[in-house]
Design a protein around this ligand. Structure first.
Ligand code: SF4
Length: 101
């Protein structure tokens, strides 16, 4: 994703709070500091534009090692248990659920 916050007016408190949470979450999930910052910034714009696509890295189903809980449990139809979710590509997934603080 290449979007930046340059297209946004000043961030409000809720946007800042979500940015800080995601920046930390992405780092805990293995993304380097500045890459996590850029990714979290791009999601502020995604939310502002009301884009309903999500990334696996912000999903509750994401597991340590980059696996998807639903894939490894075999609850996602027609997906091999060996499939690895794509970390940072906006997409729509019926099993998506936001990770929360
Ligand atoms: S449930 Fe969907 S969005 Fe969430 S980690 Fe798995 S594949 Fe990605």
């Amino acid at each position: 994703m290449t979007a930046t916050h340059e297209h946004l007016p000043v961030w409000n408190d809720a946007q800042i709070k979500r940015f800080v949470f995601r920046h930390g979450l992405f780092q805990r999930r293995g993304v380097e500091f500045f890459a996590a910052e850029k990714l979290a910034e791009s999601l502020v714009l995604r939310d502002y534009e009301r884009d309903d696509r999500r990334i696996c890295l912000e999903c509750d189903g994401w597991q340590r090692g980059g696996k998807c809980f639903h894939v490894t449990q075999g609850t996602m139809p027609n997906v091999s248990p060996r499939h690895e979710p794509v970390m940072n590509v906006l997409q729509r997934c019926d099993f998506f659920k936001f990770s929360t603080p």
